[in-house]
Structures are given as C-alpha cells and as structure tokens.
Design a protein around this ligand. Structure first.
Ligand code: ATP
Ligand code: LTN
Length: 344
C-alpha cells in the first residue's frame, strides 16, 4: 500500500496569556497527532496578539513560554517548523495585499471582532456596533486580524488548519479570500480546510458551562497547563454541576457533559466505559477521579516545560531555524502573488 501524500498543516496561538486545557484539547493535541505524518507549521502569532491592549515588556517572555509549551506538548521541532510570525515579514506583506481584495463588509461580520470590540468599548451606550462608535477601543489592526490570519495560512499552501470551533469562521473567510484571488489573478493559493476535533472543539468554562473556557475569564473557570496539582484539584472540585449526579454523555446537563468530555479526552476511554465506571457514584468521587487524571496527564508536559524554560538561548536557536525554513517557503508564495498582481 502506498502511503498517503503528506499534507501541509498550519496553526497558531497568540502569546497572550497562559494556555488552558481548552487550548490543549481543542487545538494542540490535534496538532501533535497530525504533525506525525504531515508537514506541520506551528506559529506563535505575536502580530495577532498586539491587536488588543498588551504590555510590551511581557511579550518576549510570553513568546518563549508559548514556544516551550508547543514543544512540551509534543511538537518535535526537528520534524515540524516552529516559528514566530513577526520573524517572517511575508506575513504582514501578504496581509496588506490581501486586504486590498477583501470587502469591508466581510470583515465587519466576523463574530470574534464583534465580541472583542464590544469588550474594548466600555461606553458603547448607543448600542451601535463598536466600529461605528467614537468611543470604541477597537483598532484597524483588530478589524484586519482575519486577513493576517488568512495570510498566515495561505503563504504555506496549507491544506489543513487544526483549530477549536471559534476559529472556523476565520478559516471560511481565508478560503473565500483564496478563491477570490485565484479567480481574479490566477491560481496561486491552495484552498485550506478547518479541522476541528468534534469531541473537544469547544471545552466549556468550569464556572459557567454556557461559555467557552477562555483565558480572558476568571482563573477559576479554566485549568491552566501550568496549574499545580493543588490548583487543579481545587478548580475541579469547585466546578459547577447539575443537581442530580447523572453521568451520561447524552443525558447529563451541560456542566457534567463538559466534565465528562474532559475526562474522555484525557483518558481516551470509550464514553460507555466512563458512564459505566461512574454510574451510581456521587460528584465528589467523579471529580476526585477527574482531578487525578488531569494531574497525571499534565505532569509530563509540565516537567518538560520546566526543563525547556531553563534556557532561553536554546529556544531562540530553535525559533531561528524555524524562521529560516518558513521564510524560504513564504517568500516563494509572496513573489508569485506580487507578480500575479502586476507589481513590478
Ligand atoms: P481568548 O478566549 O482569551 O480570546 P482563547 O483561550 O480562546 O483566548 P486562543 O489563543 O484564541 O485562546 O486559542 C488558541 C486555540 O485554542 C485556537 O485554535 C482555539 O480555537 C482553541 N481554543 C480556545 N479555547 C478553546 C476551548 N474552550 N475549547 C476548545 N478549543 C479552544
Ligand atoms: N486567530 C487564532 C490564532 C491564529 C491562527 C492563525 C490559527 C492566527 N493565525 C492561522 C490558525 C491558523 C486564534 O485566536 N486562536
């Protein structure tokens, strides 16, 4: 049997705070699986992270922390290309070129932009869309964010983009941008596809199961990948649940379903086996088992992370190699784009 052709995989995370188990189960765990038999580009998207207010002096450390997290979670930098977005100038250059082909209205529809600009504009009293409000804190960079994301993906002729559910709309836009460009100027771009892991595409908050787990929320609502065993235990024991302890992937309420999903993702056990294991048990027993599972599963990642964070230099050298590889590929696509667009 011939082995299927390698595909190009691209994904990225913003260095904007501590990663949580939603990021790990929804995104990074899939990356590791896909990277084993494909060509993976895993980017630290710092130019996306600066589209909202941030502290410049914290950024270098955050970038290195995120690079260490990618590696600790199982990305092998000898097999995949791990790099920082701002190190490869082709990203912002292609983003500008694509900006000139992207209708304003398409960007105005993006739900992440609407949510984030709403958060930024505290005094949006008139109820106008934040972009129309003089008091809006949203920048042109936040508005153009999805075009930069399209540039990230399209520069590498990416086929598969593994992400959590909240990013699917952005990838649909990247597909539209690529198709429009190919029709108008000639074939340049591969049309990418989002890949979400159905079970873990949207891990919910531990304190409010109607909201996705998010690092912008209060710390009790998420389990950070760097949380200590005690912190993990406290957070899981105080996670909200429903009144009756029913452990069913189909019949439990949203809070318990979310905890069961986390259990399944970390244990890789069949849903029916998990249901049987906790049938008739109380929440305390279930939560203690879940806490121990999460602690055990995160422990190797945490130990590796500590080791990798002992030397900035080694991480910087690894990122330098990633930049070199990424740049070569990206510049070829960029040259083609400029030529097709008629730029001398
Ligand atoms: P914030 O909510 O503060 O904007 P975030 O926690 O969503 O940040 P991102 O950096 O935007 O983190 O996301 C990184 C990756 O993790 C993306 O692929 C995203 O889709 C995925 N992801 C984020 N939150 C979840 C979640 N709760 N469940 C599953 N996947 C998630
Ligand atoms: N917008 C994404 C991060 C991101 C990304 C990308 C993901 C930037 N560029 C390219 C996949 C492919 C987020 O907020 N999680």
């Amino acid at each position: 049997m011939t082995s299927p052709q390698k595909k190009t995989i691209f994904s990225g995370i913003q260095p904007s705070g501590t990663l949580h188990i939603g990021n790990y189960l929804g995104a990074i765990k899939q990356w590791v699986r896909l990277a084993a038999d494909n060509t993976g580009y895993f980017c630290i998207v710092d130019e996306h992270a600066i589209t909202v207010p941030y502290e410049p002096k914290d950024m270098p450390e955050r970038i290195l922390n995120l690079a260490a997290t990618y590696l600790a979670a199982g990305i092998n930098p000898d097999q995949s290309i791990v790099f920082v977005q701002s190190h490869v100038a082709a990203h912002t250059e292609l983003a500008w070129l694509l900006m000139t082909t992207t209708p304003f209205g398409e960007l105005a529809r993006m739900t992440q932009f609407k949510d984030k600009s709403k958060q930024l504009s505290k005094k949006n009293k008139a109820g106008l869309p934040a972009i129309a409000s003089a008091e809006s804190g949203a920048t042109a960079g936040l508005f153009g964010y999805p075009v930069l994301m399209a540039a990230d993906i399209l520069l590498y002729q990416t086929r598969i983009v593994p992400v959590g559910e909240d990013q699917v709309q952005h990838i649909e836009l990247a597909r539209d941008i690529a198709q429009r460009f190919n029709n108008r100027f000639g074939e340049v771009f591969t049309i990418p596809e989002a890949k979400i892991n159905n079970n873990t595409a949207r891990i919910m908050s531990l304190s409010d199961p109607t909201k996705k787990m998010s690092k912008s929320d209060n710390t009790k609502s998420y389990i950070a990948l760097t949380d200590s065993p005690d912190e993990i235990k406290i957070k899981i024991m105080s996670a909200v649940t429903e009144t009756d302890p029913v452990f069913s992937f189909t019949k439990s309420g949203p809070a318990v379903k979310n905890l069961l999903t986390i259990y399944q993702a970390f244990s890789d056990e069949e849903p029916s086996a998990i249901e049987a294991k906790f049938n008739g048990k109380g929440y305390k027993e279930f939560k203690e088992a879940l806490a121990q599972l999460v602690i055990n599963q995160l422990s190797p990642l945490q130990q590796e992370y500590k080791k990798l964070r002992q030397s900035d230099d080694e991480l910087r050298i690894m990122l330098g190699r990633g930049k070199h590889h990424a740049e070569q590929f990206a510049n070829t696509t960029l040259r083609d784009v400029k030529e097709k667009m008629g730029l001398l």
